[in-house]
Design a protein around this ligand. Sequence first.
Ligand code: CAA
Length: 241
Amino acid sequence: MSKTVLVTGGTRGIGHAISAAMAKAGYKVAANYAGNDEAAKATADELGIHVYKFDVADYDAVGAGIAAIEKDLGPIDIVVNNAGVTRDAPFHKMTKDQWQQVIDIDLTSAFNVTRQVWDGMRERSWGRVINISSINGQKGQFGQANYSAAKAGLIGFTKALAQEGAKKGITVNTVCPGYIDTEMVRAVPEKVLESIISTIPVGRLGKPEEIASMCAYLASDDGAFITGATMTVNGAQYIAG
Ligand code: CAA
């Protein structure tokens, strides 16, 4: 029987591409989303997958969402913690709300989701957790003290959890996309974005599919010995040691 994968924020941007790659690989796909019903319906129709609306920042809402997915599709074997938002501002202008929203949606969400599928993965002695971080969690980014902190937090979360999952057949990895051609990146002021692209040696934005293929590999049996890793996919914009 094919495995079930939950992709948070799985109906738009990088998440949409991950949902598509997972469906193509033959998994049963549950794509979570927060608010955009139209995009979710379009993705469900296009990919023939299930979509579930719940707030990944709310532990109880995540629990209810996971229960609904498992009732429909069976136990969740693979989780891609992809949901995320930006609230960019220089630190001297950053509000408590801008800080808290990004920490809750981009970092605490990974706890909320992973904690509630972890016991099942341990019981079945198999699991995959893939945390979507960012180049900006690796190098820091002007205007993103909140986002860089959350995304760096995911890298530490991964490294700790990989050690706990290892004996139970659960791999835990981070994927760090660089600047990828999505709505989120296109929202950066044009002049700023142009200057960012000029620092990418490959000379272009990445494609969502270039992140999705990495996730599909990490989810597969071929990825069984990769755990605790930080997979950098950024066109050489930042070469992490
Ligand atoms: N390094 C140094 N100085 C910078 C700078 C940088 N990267 N960016 C801006 N500044 C300076 C400006 O030159 C300006 O200086 P002066 O006051 O001396 O003129 C000062 O900072 C303030 O700039 P603004 O007036 O433009 O400030 P703002 O409040 O309007 O906006 C900002 C600042 C929100 C940070 C804006 O510059 C911005 O959006 N930057 C892009 C941030 C970014 O890369 N976000 C990534 C989003 S995509 C994503 O996050 C996906 C992913 O994972 C990669």
